[in-house]
Write a protein that binds this ligand. Structure first.
Ligand code: DER
Length: 236
């Protein structure tokens, strides 16, 4: 419950900050924390909310934008975005992040890359001294289905001590693996503490068959962390 309070205050604080600059096109991330940022947008800035163009990063967020009666835009129409807010699974002190817990990493990176400013929102559980020391589900790697076995084999060869696991759906919801919005699969790679996330990202990204890697390095300029205990949001 306290994590929810933290997420709410992170989301609210970040959207409040974003609105001050009156951007015309914003990117909205995926996951549960961003839901609070959108809630703030709906509740507090009717005039602004009426005009701002919102670019989604997933089916989930596209649906949320429509449901919230906000203006849905696309990267086709708006290839350059003023600012994007998105969640993360773990964030280090240089604001490098592990992302992809929600399997939306590819569209999230596409939107973040198109944005002049990228802001992370998270509850304080995500704060970390070193990536790979707090998030226990591994670094997500999105893989084209036909390349699954060969990419998994390559990763096991390069990282022989790391567990490389295909992300399975919950059997009562869907039999078989999680399939991303882009029709791909996710390998969760348990590397342990990551000393150079930027280098690790490049090493995996260059493997043919890999669509994206859940390491967002040197992208975020600011992070808002909700303090799970106090009714206020700390910001980094
Ligand atoms: O998939 C992602 O990178 C999301 O941003 C996500 O993992 C953050 O999720 P949360 O806000 O529900 O913790």
């Amino acid at each position: 419950q306290s994590a929810e309070r933290g997420k709410k205050w992170a989301g609210y604080s970040a959207m409040k900050y974003l609105i001050e600059s009156k951007p015309s096109v914003i990117g909205l991330g995926s996951g549960s924390t961003i839901v609070y940022a959108i809630e703030y947008l709906k509740m507090h800035q009717t005039e602004f909310a009426k005009n701002v163009i919102c670019i989604p990063t997933s089916f989930q967020t596209r649906h949320l934008i429509l449901e919230s009666r906000l203006n849905l835009g696309s990267l086709d129409r708006y290839p350059s975005i003023n600012v994007t807010i998105d969640g993360a699974d773990e964030v280090d002190e240089r604001l490098n992040a592990i992302k992809g817990g929600g399997a939306c990493l590819f569209q999230e990176r596409l939107v973040a890359q198109a944005s002049r400013k990228f802001i992370i929102v998270a509850d304080e559980r995500k704060k970390s001294k070193q990536l790979g020391t707090k998030w226990t589900k591994g670094v997500p790697v999105e893989v084209i289905p036909m390349a699954l076995n060969t990419v998994q084999w390559q990763l096991k060869r390069i990282f022989p001590t790391s567990l490389i696991k295909l992300r399975m759906a919950t059997p009562t919801d869907k039999a078989g693996p999680v399939v991303t919005d882009n029709g791909n699969l996710i390998l969760d790679c348990h590397f342990g503490p990551i000393s150079d996330p930027g280098a690790l990202y490049k090493e995996i990204k260059c493997l043919s068959g890999v669509l994206d890697v859940g390491l967002f390095c040197n992208m975020a300029e600011r992070a808002f962390f909700g303090d799970n205990d106090r009714e206020n949001a700390g910001e980094m």
